[in-house]
Design a protein. Structure first.
Length: 247
């Protein structure tokens, strides 16, 4: 199941941080590294600081956007060190490790880490089911990227070790969740339907879609429930497209 846990680094600006993150991953048995639009290539410094984890670097997947990195994932957890305007379902590091391991039985799981200085943008955090914060000392919360990756990777490994002692029957029957790409298609469908019905206006959409994303991320609809919602939206659009009887 550890192979289904991917660590996603977004727009990392220093190659050494990529190497140090790879080292942190491999010490905990994680090898699936994804790089989103990295600011630096994997160079000699990255390899040197990986301290023997160069295989993680050589097998890293590089993509242009976070949406590409998480499209086939059923669970996406994004790190956030500061409060945001719109609160999202939050996890601490231990809860994130447990949630990741529980769902890795069924689908790919992404643990997303943002830029060294500014973290993840609001739009990137909107792609995540949960936000995760490491409860560091508020008077000195100076965690670098590799430290953050190491902390979460440790919690994932602890959850994995605990899971190995659980009966298979106890871990069966988990719900099937839609992949991130399916959720994005749903949000596109929902927004278009709300535009068609006049509920939102394209020049002035306000915060409606942000609030709806937060609602559905919090509710975490299962795959068949999302299909029902898509069916409802389709039926509304069909009704809207029928010519009105003016007789």
């Amino acid at each position: 199941m550890l192979e289904k846990i991917r660590v996603v680094l977004v727009n990392t600006s220093h190659s050494g941080n990529i190497g140090s993150a790879a080292r942190a991953m491999k010490t905990m048995g994680l090898t699936n590294l994804w790089l989103v639009n990295p600011g630096m290539s994997i160079d000699e410094q990255a390899i040197a600081l990986s301290a023997g984890a160069s295989d993680v670097l050589s097998n890293a997947t590089i993509v242009p956007t976070l949406a590409d990195a998480v499209a086939d994932c059923g669970l996406v957890i994004g790190t956030s060190a500061r409060a945001r305007t719109w609160s999202w379902p939050m996890l601490d590091a231990r809860q994130a490790g447990e949630q990741a391991m529980a769902e890795a039985q069924q689908h790919q799981v992404a643990l997303v880490f943002g830029r060294e200085r500014t973290g993840l943008t609001n739009d990137e955090l909107h792609l995540c089911h949960y936000h995760m914060a490491i409860p560091a000392n508020p008077d000195y919360s100076s965690l670098n990227l590799a430290m953050a990756v190491q902390t979460i990777a440790y919690e994932v490994r602890m959850a994995w070790l605990a899971h190995n002692g659980v009966n298979k029957s106890e871990s069966e029957g988990l719900p099937e969740y839609p992949l991130a790409a399916d959720l994005e298609r749903f949000y596109t469908h929902l927004e278009q339907t709300l535009l068609d019905t006049g509920f939102i206006i394209k020049p002035h959409p306000g915060q409606i879609m942000t609030k709806l994303r937060r609602l559905f991320n919090r509710a975490r609809p299962e795959a068949f429930e999302l299909n029902i919602l898509r069916g409802i939206l389709t039926s509304i659009q069909k009704k809207q497209s029928k010519p009105k009887d003016n007789s």
